[in-house]
Design a protein around this ligand. Structure first.
Ligand code: GRF
Length: 190
């Protein structure tokens, strides 16, 4: 399975996927990394792993994505910290084949503006006892596609948004790999 990973930042999830492919825990190949931010650390991770990587242009971003996906014969698109909205055209071409990871227990704390520390801040302010991460299929609406997998973390009274962010990120990597592996094996059974 030929995978593209779209990122905007640090790329720790991308790194987890690269490591999982290299250690054969994930039966797929990352053929392309695209970043909406030219300074993203994730681009360095891709370079180091010798994966073709590009930062997205400001204009005609979605056309550029479509071109690259076609050029690299991509079959599955993974959003790993990608902050831009995916165009309807891409979703049409890759229907049911775009997967995202979100740092909350969706449907709670999802939607427009709910990314990064905003999510964890909102969870703490709401006095939640638990949070976690969700892997889901991407549809036209932010964070609303069918859920593939979720994992929880407990929130202690003294936890700040920063502490919660670290707790969630720690469980994200394995969750992402497990969810993608399961998704791929279900695809192969079809
Ligand atoms: C993760 O928390 C992920 O859930 C969210 O963006 C963050 C990306 O982190 N969508 P990284 O760039 O993979 O380190």
């Amino acid at each position: 399975m030929r995978i593209a990973v779209l990122i905007s930042g640090h790329g720790s999830n991308l790194q987890a996927l690269i490591d999982a492919v290299n250690s054969k825990k994930l039966d797929a190949k990352i053929e392309l990394v695209l970043s909406s931010n030219s300074k993203a650390l994730g681009l360095e991770r891709a370079k180091k792993a010798k994966i073709p990587n590009f930062s997205l242009p400001l204009k005609n971003r979605d056309n550029f994505i479509l071109e690259k996906l076609a050029e690299h014969k991509i079959e599955l698109v993974i959003l790993a910290g990608y902050l831009k909205k995916i165009s309807a055209e891409i979703l049409e071409k890759y229907r049911g084949r775009v997967i995202n990871i979100h740092p909350s227990l969706l449907p709670k704390f999802g939607g427009k503006g709910m990314y990064g520390m905003n999510v964890h801040q909102a969870v703490i302010e709401a006095g939640e006892k638990k949070s976690g991460a969700t892997v889901h299929l991407v549809t036209g609406d932010y964070d609303q596609g069918p859920i593939l997998a979720q994992r929880e973390v407990l929130i202690e009274k003294q936890d700040t948004a920063e502490i919660l962010a670290a707790k969630v990120l720690k469980i994200e990597h394995q969750l992402f790999i497990d969810a993608i592996s399961k998704f791929l094996s279900n695809l192969r059974k079809k």
